[in-house]
Ligand binder design. Structure first.
Ligand code: NAP
Length: 421
């Protein structure tokens, strides 16, 4: 590994300042939100400073978690003379962009400064907001450093090109991986027009999600459940199959302090869930039932059944539930078509929290991007208990799903495994 690959051209190479590097790194970790001039600025190494400032933009951007959808999370910092003179982050879709906020706060001081952003600035007029590139040029910014290019086809490098044409210096790719991880849902949504799908499972060490009687509360401990509620606060929607609603009667809400409820999606081909289900008691208009046209399931007109389905659908609609009729596959909701529909509704992320049937279907249909498995130190045993993934196993081991970039962390007495498909 090269010891000095820093492009700063300083006479004292960066590796000789390892102690200062460590101190500054500790400070950046301890005070991620602080806007005070960072000790890094004492070092004349631009590349190191770029990393520090971009790290701050990523931390700032993350404050918008769960609030900016369908927009990305963005943070911006204006730096002049080695000091952060202004900062901003995108708080909510429809409110000013991070760059606009930071530039406004910097005012005339922005002239000649460097602007750091975790995402390339936009160069098109959004639904409610003007292009940021124009504001950057007008403010007199000298250099723009971004972490990642905007994957939105309307931008995709054009933002930086426009700035270069106006005579600004630009740099991209600083801490790109971290920036991409933060906005993984946005990247999938904006490029594929479908939500980023997380499959979440809470299971025993032997891969069981419930006992034979269907009891599953609670396999994992308080810390793991807290983590799930934090995720519900950050993601656009959660999804379960009708089986989980019928057996567990969950509320599917977010119990994090100051949190907000995500959309609740119930996949129910036959509209089987009871009208008394807790999940139907919310009055925020965020409950969606995905179903199919029974006519297409039975291929023949079955007027009695159709009438009963229509009646239940009307009752559910009266209760404020949105009914989404999607294509069928093997007599059940086609999950791929459902994801397309959810994309149309600008739902950018979905966490599947269902039972073994929906888990198996989700994996088989190829809609899952990321898997979160909470493992409790329990062994349920028995061939009659419920496995986390139902359906049929592949004939050959080489066809098993293999997770990439696997990470593990301890949450109280449980473990969380997180990986990508
Ligand atoms: N530990 C955990 O993490 C956890 C989480 C949730 C549930 N659970 C446990 O799991 C058990 C429930 O399991 P389950 O398998 O019955 O529930 P589920 O997977 O949540 O629901 C399955 C039902 O969803 C409907 N569905 C519609 N479209 C589907 C599709 N494309 N693919 C698959 N299903 C589709 C089917 O009914 P229709 O054909 O009528 O539409 C199916 O029977 C309960 O005991 C519960 O306690 C455990």
């Amino acid at each position: 590994m090269p010891r000095h690959n820093c492009p700063c051209h300083n006479t004292v190479p960066c590796y000789k300042r390892r102690v200062q590097w460590k101190v500054a790194r500790a400070n950046a970790k301890a005070f991620p939100w602080t806007l005070a001039p960072c000790p890094w600025t004492l070092l004349k190494c631009n590349a190191m400073n770029d990393e520090i400032y971009i790290r701050k933009t990523i931390s700032l951007a993350a404050r918008g978690k769960g609030r900016t959808s369908p927009n990305p999370m963005v943070g911006a910092i204006v730096v002049k003379g080695g000091k952060i003179i202004a900062a901003g982050y995108h708080r909510k879709a429809g409110t000013p962009h991070a760059e606009a906020l930071a530039l406004n706060r910097a005012g005339k001081e922005a002239k000649g400064a460097t602007l750091y952003i975790n995402l390339e600035p936009c160069c098109h007029t959004g639904k409610r907001t003007p292009p940021c590139t124009g504001a950057i040029v007008r403010a007199g910014i000298k250099k723009v450093v971004v972490s990642m290019i905007d994957p939105n086809p309307q931008v995709a490098g054009k933002g930086l090109k426009e700035l270069e044409k106006a005579g600004l210096r630009t740099l991209s790719g600083v801490m790109e991986e971290e920036a991409k991880k933060l906005n993984e849902s946005f990247i999938k949504y904006i490029t594929k027009k479908r939500p980023f799908v997380i499959l979440k499972i809470a299971q025993s060490l032997d891969g069981r999600i419930a006992t034979a009687s269907g009891e599953s509360k609670w396999i994992t401990g308080g810390k793991a459940r807290e983590h799930v509620h934090k995720l519900r606060n950050e993601l656009d929607a959660i999804l379960v199959g009708s089986g989980t609603v019928i057996k567990d009667d969950p509320s599917l809400d977010c119990r994090t302090r100051g949190g907000r409820n995500p959309y609740r999606i119930i996949v129910d081909s036959n509209l089987n869930i009871p009208l008394e289900a807790k999940v139907l008691r919310h009055d925020d208009g965020k409950t969606i039932i995905a179903t199919i046209d029974l006519n297409s399931k039975f291929k023949i007109q079955n007027s009695k059944l159709l009438k009963a389905q229509q009646k239940k659908s009307d009752l559910l609609a009266d209760m404020g539930v949105r009914i989404l009729t999607v294509k069928e596959k093997d007599g059940k909701v086609d999950l791929k078509s459902l994801m397309k529909e959810l994309g149309r509704l600008e739902i950018t992320s979905v966490m599947i929290e269902g039972g073994s049937t929906i888990n198996a279907s989700a994996l088989a249909s190829g809609i899952v991007d990321k898997v979160l498995i909470f493992v409790a130190p329990k062994i349920i045993g028995g061939t009659d208990s419920i496995p986390s993934i139902g359906g049929k196993s592949p004939a050959l081991l080489k066809n098993a799903f293999t997770l990439k970039d696997l990470r593990m962390k301890k949450l109280g007495g449980d473990f969380l495994f997180e990986g990508y498909l």
